[in-house]
Design a protein around this ligand. Structure first.
Ligand code: NAD
Length: 300
C-alpha cells in the first residue's frame, strides 16, 4: 500500500510535536519551517526535511500548516512567487490548524476551491501538552466530505475532533470558547480574591464554589490561586500553560468576530481589557491564570 505523505509547514511549539506524532504513527512527513533549529528537531523526530514549503507540498496527500496568524497563512497558500495552491495536487486536502481570523480562513478556502483544492480550518485547543501527548481537540470548519478526509490525520494528533460547520466555523467556535474561558478565569480570580480578603482559605472557598453553582473549568482543573492545586501553573510561579499573550491574541480575534456580526460582547471586552492591563505590567509570558495577581494588585 502506498504510504500517505503529509507536508507539515510551521514546526513551532505546537507544530513540532504534532508533526512528530504523525511520523511516529507511520506517515511519511515532509516538514518545513523558516527556522533551522525547528528543522533539526523535526529530523530527529523522524520527519523528512524539505528545503521549501513548495518542495514539501508537491505531491503530498495532506498539507498541514501551524502558523502564527492569518497573514502567514494567506502568504503561504495564495500570495508570493509560488503560492502553495499552485503546487498542491487536486486530490490533496489542506488542513490549517493555526488560530487565525475566520475571514482569512473563508477566503483562502474559496481560493483553493477555485483550483479544485480542499481547505479546512482546524484550530486546536489543548496547548503544547496536548500537542505532545496527541490529545488535542480539533475544531473543524469545512464540508462533511472534507471533515471525513481530515479525520485520518487529525485522529493521530488529537482526541476530540469536532465538525463545527462550514469554512470559518472552526475559527469562530474556537474564539467563542476562548472568550468564555477568559471570562470564567477572570470571574474565578475575582471571587477567590474577594473571599481571601475576607479571611477565607482559598482552598476551602474553591472547594465550596466547585461543588456549588459557581463551579467551572478553572476551579475544576486550573485553580489560579497558588498552592490550591499542585499541578496547576499557579503553583509553579505561573510558568508553562497558556500565555497571557496568546489569550490576548485570541480575544482580539473574538472582538473582530463580534464587530463583524454586531454581537454584543461586554463580558468578553471586559476580560480583554483586564488581560491587556495585566500584560502591560510585564506579565505577557506568564500563564493566563496569573490574572490572579492583577486582583491581588501584585507587580509582575
Ligand atoms: P510558534 O511561534 O512557536 O510557531 C510558529 C512557527 O511557524 C515558527 O517555528 C515559525 O518559524 C514558523 N513560520 C512562520 N512563518 C512561516 C512560513 N512562511 N513558512 C514556514 N514556517 C513559518 O507558535 P505556536 O505556539 O506553535 O502556535 C502556532 C499556532 O497555534 C498559532 O496560531 C497559535 O495561536 C495556535 N495555538 C497555540 C497554542 C499554544 O499553547 N502555543 C494553543 C492553541 C493554539
Amino acid at each position: 500500500m502506498k504510504m500517505t505523505t503529509v507536508a507539515f509547514i510551521g514546526l513551532g511549539n505546537m507544530g513540532g510535536p504534532m508533526a512528530a506524532n504523525l511520523a511516529k504513527a507511520g506517515f511519511n512527513v515532509r516538514a518545513f519551517d523558516l527556522s533551522e533549529e525547528a528543522l533539526e528537531t523535526a529530523k530527529s523526530n523522524g520527519c523528512e526535511v524539505a528545503f521549501s514549503a513548495q518542495e514539501a507540498a508537491t505531491g503530498a496527500d495532506y498539507v498541514i500548516s501551524m502558523l502564527p496568524a492569518g497573514k502567514h497563512v494567506r502568504g503561504l497558500y495564495v500570495e508570493g512567487d509560488t503560492p502553495l495552491f499552485e503546487v498542491i495536487k487536486k486530490s490533496a486536502l489542506v488542513i490549517d490548524c493555526s488560530t487565525i481570523d475566520a475571514d482569512t480562513a473563508r477566503s483562502v478556502a474559496a481560493e483553493g476551491e477555485k483550483l479544485g483544492i480542499g481547505f479546512v480550518d482546524a484550530p486546536v485547543s489543548g496547548g503544547v501538552g496536548g500537542a505532545q501527548a496527541g490529545t488535542l481537540t480539533f475544531i473543524v470548519g469545512g464540508s462533511e466530505a472534507q471533515f471525513e478526509q481530515a479525520r485520518l490525520v487529525l485522529d493521530v494528533m488529537g482526541k476530540n475532533i469536532f465538525h463545527a460547520g462550514d469554512h470559518g466555523a472552526g475559527q469562530v467556535a474556537k474564539v467563542c470558547n476562548n472568550m468564555l474561558l477568559s471570562i470564567l478565569m477572570a470571574g474565578t480570580c475575582e471571587a477567590i480574591n474577594m473571599g481571601v480578603k475576607n479571611g477565607l482559605d482559598p482552598a476551602v472557598l474553591s472547594e465550596i464554589m466547585k461543588q456549588s453553582s459557581g463551579g467551572n473549568w478553572a476551579l475544576n482543573v486550573y485553580n489560579p490561586y497558588p498552592g490550591v492545586m499542585e499541578n496547576a501553573p499557579a503553583s509553579k510561579d505561573y510558568q508553562g500553560g497558556f500565555q497571557v499573550d496568546l489569550m490576548i491574541k485570541d480575544l482580539g480575534l473574538a472582538m473582530d468576530v463580534s464587530q463583524q456580526s454586531a454581537s454584543a460582547v461586554p463580558m468578553g471586552s471586559a476580560a480583554r481589557s483586564l488581560f491587556t492591563l495585566h500584560k502591560a505590567k510585564g506579565n505577557g509570558k506568564l500563564d493566563f491564570s496569573s490574572l490572579m495577581q492583577f486582583y491581588q494588585d501584585k507587580e509582575g
